[in-house]
Design a protein around this ligand. Structure first.
Ligand code: ATP
Ligand code: MG
Length: 629
């Protein structure tokens, strides 16, 4: 183990400035910062600034500095959707050249420091190249997940007034073609998008797509003949690096803005620290670059650390449920990082597709995105990891830039707990009035102080930034999540506080009831929400997805309700149980409980913003089959 948690945490607590100064040295600066932190969460002198007199370009740390020592090392391994398709191994030297050529082309097209560029791309190396090419010249990228429909792309373009869009002819996922260029065309026909002057198109599947001249250009044509070096734009540490819209579980997505210095320091440091990264690791994070996990732990963190990182274009169940593990074996992946939604979906299919593969190369497993049910954790640990590998359950948000709470790997983990704040991170649990609660307790999760990777504003809306995160509990950053802290001081995220159900005055976290359901062998996934109840104030309404092949009948319904009652206690007895062949999720795989709440309340006409739903037909079917109350 490369570190000692207690020692490092104590060191950071003793001298935060000295600690973060040292952490920043892992990055290549043009002008090293002398100022470290300049932060106030108070309304009257609100500011969040890190390393504010430093100058750098993030791509120098991700590319240039590796050339002398590890230029031939593989930076990205590309695994295409089709298991028999052409894989790619891109060494740092080649990645650097590709980024520079595209950066030069962007400059030639008139893109300058501060301009916004929207990226709507599949999970292919060109996505990383495009992000880094923007960063090279100081343009602010906004990656929009390749699964979004035209109106969602248009909203995100309109919000930040992008000048240029980079897309591909088509994407491929699970053997299906996604008409990316056609979606961009449709988006740009919508109002609010007239800031876009140029659309660059990556030739990926080779499909014929209509090009609208002079707006549309092929990427291979514009990079042709460009030099493979490009002077990096000097950026102040506080100059913006990117905008990224949150996944929209709780409402309209927020345009989270991250700046250059603090973000790259934090992404790089946490990537090494949280996964106990070693020089010979092959790291694979399955997240799409359309989400923050893809930004911090597919692109910026791993590349800043000179690591080898797998990029996978496809989905876990294509061509079959062994796909992830076959890829692990193919590239001898040592660190594997995915989301509970994927783990639960794979668990539903049983152990055989996992057991058919070796997975011997895996050393560390990770999870992010939602609370992981202890049952899913155990399956991940025992079946995927053959009970050999530690699991790092990383709690963080788009807003935090990188992981804030994760289990130190120098001790046993607890299934379902993210455990400890990283050194330098100061979480607290507060009651409804903002009083800090000590010891073993439960309440609202806040951060008492800043960290370098903290978001700096909601793009174009500083007021919304302050109100969303700093007005609920003055002087503190409010995460929106609830947490329990046990007697050992370990944190257990209980879900979003909006999802807490208050039954006869008792606060019940959705995560706990859902985990009780999932602990039953016939249950694959569950979501619970509150609904108005005459006597209890709120009752518990459960949506349950069964394991593949199990029959939905009343005997099982009664058995499951009794099971939850036994696991948690009579107070948590579900009042209603509806079978759910599927649950409404965001495109990043998170359960959207606010939608389930409206269905349970019998108010499906008030679903609110559903633009980030992965599959709207799931909602229609749940509304149709809602149980009478
Ligand atoms: P929006 O803010 O638009 O509603 P979102 O919160 O789903 O969208 P993200 O930033 O992608 O957008 O997700 C962060 C949230 O995911 C956290 O606030 C938390 O609720 C949940 N989360 C992430 N990792 C974990 C984890 N390891 N354990 C529990 N919850 C997690
Ligand atoms: Mg959020």
């Amino acid at each position: 183990m490369a570190y000692d948690y207690e020692r490092d945490y104590a060191e950071a607590a003793r001298d935060p400035d000295g600690f973060w100064r040292k952490v920043a040295q892992r990055i290549d600066w043009m002008q090293a910062p002398t100022q470290i932190r300049d932060v106030s969460f108070d309304a009257k002198d609100f500011r969040i600034r890190w390393y504010a007199d430093g100058t750098l370009n993030a791509t120098v740390s991700c590319l240039d500095r590796h050339l002398a020592t590890r230029g031939d090392r593989t930076a990205l391994i590309f695994e295409p959707d089709d298991p028999n398709g052409e894989t790619q191994r891109i060494p740092y030297r080649e990645l650097h050249a590709r980024v520079c050529r595209l950066a030069n082309a962007l400059r030639n097209l008139g893109v300058a420091k501060g301009d916004r560029v929207t990226l709507y791309l599949p999970m292919i190396p060109d996505a990383a190249v495009a992000m880094l090419a923007c960063a090279r010249i100081g343009a602010i990228h906004s990656v929009v997940f390749g699964g979004f429909a035209p109106h969602s792309i248009a909203d995100r373009i309109a919000d930040c007034r992008s000048k240029l869009v980079i897309t591909a002819d088509e994407g491929l996922r699970g053997g299906k073609r996604i008409p990316l260029k056609a979606n961009v065309d449709a988006a740009l026909a919508l109002p609010g998008t007239n800031s876009v002057e140029t659309v660059l198109v990556v030739r990926h599947t080779g499909a014929a797509v209509p090009m609208q001249m002079p707006r549309d250009r092929w990427v291979d044509a514009v990079v042709e003949g460009q030099p493979d070096t490009c002077d990096p734009e000097p950026m102040n540490a506080e100059d913006p690096l990117f905008i990224l819209y949150t996944s929209g579980s709780t409402g309209k997505p927020k345009g989270v803005l991250h700046t250059t210095g603090g973000y790259i320091v934090y992404a790089s440091w946490t990537h090494e620290r949280v996964f106990d990264l070693r020089d010979d690791d092959v790291f694979w994070c399955t997240a799409d670059v359309g989400w923050v996990t893809g930004h911090s732990y597919v692109v910026y963190g791993p590349l800043a650390n000179g690591a080898t990182c797998v990029m996978f274009e496809g989905v876990p169940n294509y061509p079959d449920y062994s796909r992830f593990w076959n890829i692990v074996d193919k590239y001898q992946v040592t660190i594997f990082y995915t989301a509970p939604t994927a783990i639960r979906a794979l668990m539903r299919e049983g152990d055989a597709p996992v057991k058919a593969t070796s997975r011997k190369s895996i050393r560390v497993l990770g999870t992010v995105g939602e609370p992981i049910n202890p049952e899913a954790w155990r399956w991940y640990h025992d079946v995927v990891g053959d009970a050999r590998c530690p699991i790092t359950d990383t709690w963080w948000q788009t807003e935090t830039g990188g992981t804030l709470i994760a289990p130190p790997l120098d001790r046993p983990q607890k299934p379902g707990s993210a455990m400890k704040p990283l050194p330098g991170i100061l979480p607290a649990i507060v009651d409804g009035k903002g009083n800090v609660l000590e010891g073993e307790t439960e309440g609202n999760l806040v951060l008492l102080d800043s960290w370098p990777g903290q978001m700096r504003t909601v793009y174009g809306d500083q007021k919304r930034f302050f109100e969303t995160y700093f007005s609920t509990f003055p002087g503190k950053y409010f995460t929106g999540d609830g947490s329990h802290r046990d007697a050992d001081g370990d944190y257990w995220i209980t879900g979003r506080v909006d999802d807490v159900i208050i039954v006869s005055g008792h606060r019940i976290g959705s995560a706990e009831v859902e985990s009780a359901f999932v602990s039953h062998p016939k249950v694959a996934e569950a979501a619970v929400v509150g609904f108005p109840h005459d006597i209890k104030g709120q009752g518990i309404y459960a949506y349950v997805t069964l394991m593949d092949g199990e029959a939905e009948d009343d005997a099982l319904r009664a058995e499951l309700i009794a099971h939850v009652r036994k696991e948690i206690g009579p107070i948590a007895t579900p009042d209603h149980l509806q079978w759910a062949p599927g649950l409404p999720k965001t495109r990043s795989g998170k359960i959207m409980r606010r939608i389930l709440r409206k269905i349970a309340e019998g108010a499906p006409e008030q679903l609110g913003d559903t633009s980030t739903l992965a599959d709207p037909t799931v909602v229609e079917s749940l509304v149709k089959h809602r149980r009478g109350q």
